[in-house]
Design a protein around this ligand. Structure first.
Ligand SMILES: NC(=O)c1ccc[n+]([C@@H]2O[C@H](COP(=O)([O-])OP(=O)(O)OC[C@H]3O[C@@H](n4cnc5c(N)ncnc54)[C@H](O)[C@@H]3O)[C@@H](O)[C@H]2O)c1
Length: 445
């Protein structure tokens, strides 16, 4: 089958490479010429474990190619995936202007039956909106071509995207016609033959499923953070509570680790978009309003703990920061809690020595206009970040930090103080190592 992926970001590039791996012929189109030229030279624009091998292998096999020409991509493909961003607008709604642009572009160029698939995360009703935009462009050209619009939301996680795409818990496809259903079933046969579940449903339900999944997970994380905060106040041990509830199969033991809260390009915007969607229908999604607020507050609680330790006087203090990406195994810093921590600590007067295994370049770009560049030192190693630091602050639970020999911390830091926003160490071991150790849910009494 010939496929086009429109938008070559995390979702478009990973999906394109994976469909090619499954034997399809895929053309990836993006409006960013630098990205496409780079990909043609074999340069992968994002950090995603295993992606470079997938891309190289499938380009060499002639199954994967790149273009900036939408007409060419549409022309060559039976199934066209829309994979562009759907960021938050000021009011929390999903900004659909990239999706609209692609839909109009497809309508301006298609000249035979196509299946147009929304893989971007989009509110209920977007498939209908895409249909309207394509039809309008076709009408302008005096054409009345048959086409289908399908919803096929993506559930991959950055950092394990290839695994998630190749071995999904499920694939969800919302369809309106038997023809589109048949084509999508054929496309996903590689997976259904391997017994990975494929659920067909109506389009609105597929659109809602994506938001429901992300909002549920964001709420689960947030609930656990609230329990951790209560543990700190009550003297209960969050680790023991986590094991106690996680062993209940109705709850499950994943997504129960307390921390700095969720970030990234999906959970924050999808929670807000679902709240907004409710509002447009006269419905107040109260749980999600609270999820959003508590998640923001969680970062500030952590920063307050750091500030309190230094009597809110951080002038002349140097803090080491480990972890800048919003989670491990990615260089994505969109809505990363670490950025809030960095900015607030700088505001409070601290100098920072920061380290992340892969997100350093992204952070440097993000702060290139920061007025006091000398106050942020980009350290080449975790050890180098600790030099002369009055405390270590951990924002992201990279394995390299988990595996760090904590008995070395006391000698490497100027003062043996660690604020751990991801609870990666054993408090007993830290005590033994002579470290003043703060973590999420640490009993206050
Ligand atoms: N990143 C994730 O982990 C993830 C997971 C599941 C779903 N999603 C959803 O998938 C969608 C894409 O997310 P992403 O993280 O891949 O975004 P991204 O920002 O990484 O990539 C989007 C790409 O689309 C391109 N683009 C914009 N307008 C275009 C146009 N008119 N024509 C062609 N290309 C265009 C941009 O240049 C960019 O390369 C979003 O709706 C997101 O919510 C993301």
């Amino acid at each position: 089958m010939h496929l086009a992926m429109i938008g070559v970001g995390y979702v478009g590039l990973v999906s394109g490479a994976c469909f090619a791996e499954a034997g399809q012929t895929v053309i990836c189109m993006d409006v960013d010429p630098q990205k496409i030229e780079g990909l043609r030279r074999g340069e992968i624009p994002i950090y995603e474990p295993g992606l470079e091998d997938f891309v190289r292998r499938n380009v060499a096999a002639g199954r994967l190619s790149f273009t900036t020409d939408l007409n060419d991509a549409v022309d060559r493909s039976q199934v066209i995936f829309i994979c562009v961003g759907t960021p938050s607008r000021e009011d929390g709604s999903a900004d659909l202007h990239y999706v609209d642009e692609v839909a109009r572009g497809i309508g301006r160029t298609m000249d035979a039956y196509k299946v147009i698939v929304n893989k971007s995360t989009v509110p209920v009703g977007t498939a209908r909106r895409v249909r309207r935009l394509v039809s309008k462009e076709l009408a302008r050209r005096g054409l009345d071509l048959e086409f289908d619009v399908v919803s096929n939301p993506e559930f991959l996680r950055e950092g394990s995207a290839l695994h998630d795409f190749m071995q999904p818990d499920r694939t969800v496809v919302g369809v309106e016609s038997a023809k589109a259903r048949q084509l999508m079933a054929e496309l996903y046969r590689y997976w259904t033959e391997k017994k990975f579940p494929l659920y067909f449903m109506d389009v609105a339900s597929a659109e809602m499923t994506k938001y429901a999944a992300n909002a549920f997970l964001a709420t689960k994380i947030t609930f656990m953070n609230e329990i951790a905060n209560l543990c700190a106040l009550s003297g209960a041990n969050i680790d023991q509570v986590r094991v106690g509830i996680g062993s209940d199969s109705r709850i499950g033991d994943r997504f129960l680790f307390p921390g700095l809260g969720y970030g990234g390009s999906c959970f924050p915007k999808d929670v807000k978009a679902l709240i907004y969607m409710g509002k447009t229908m006269g419905y107040n999604f109260n749980i999600l309003e609270a999820t959003n607020l508590v998640n923001q507050a969680q970062r500030h609680r952590f920063i307050f703990t750091i500030g309190s330790f230094f009597d809110h006087q951080l002038d002349g203090k140097t803090l080491a920061l480990w972890g800048l990406a919003f989670k491990p195994n990615t260089d994505d810093i969109r809505e990363a809690p670490a950025l809030t921590v960095m900015e607030r600590l700088l505001d409070l007067g601290a100098d920072l020595r920061v380290y992340d295994p892969v997100a350093m370049l992204e952070v440097q770009k993000h702060y290139e206009n920061y007025p006091y560049p000398e106050r942020i030192v980009y350290a080449p190693t975790p050890e180098a970040a600790l030099e002369g630091a009055d405390a270590l602050v951990i924002n992201t639970e990279w394995d390299v930090f988990r595996q760090f020999d904590v008995s070395r911390l006391k000698n490497l830091l100027k003062a043996p103080v660690v604020f751990d926003g991801r609870n990666i160490y054993d408090p007993a071991q830290m005590k033994q190592a002579g470290i003043h150790y703060f973590y999420i849910g640490k009993p206050i009494y």
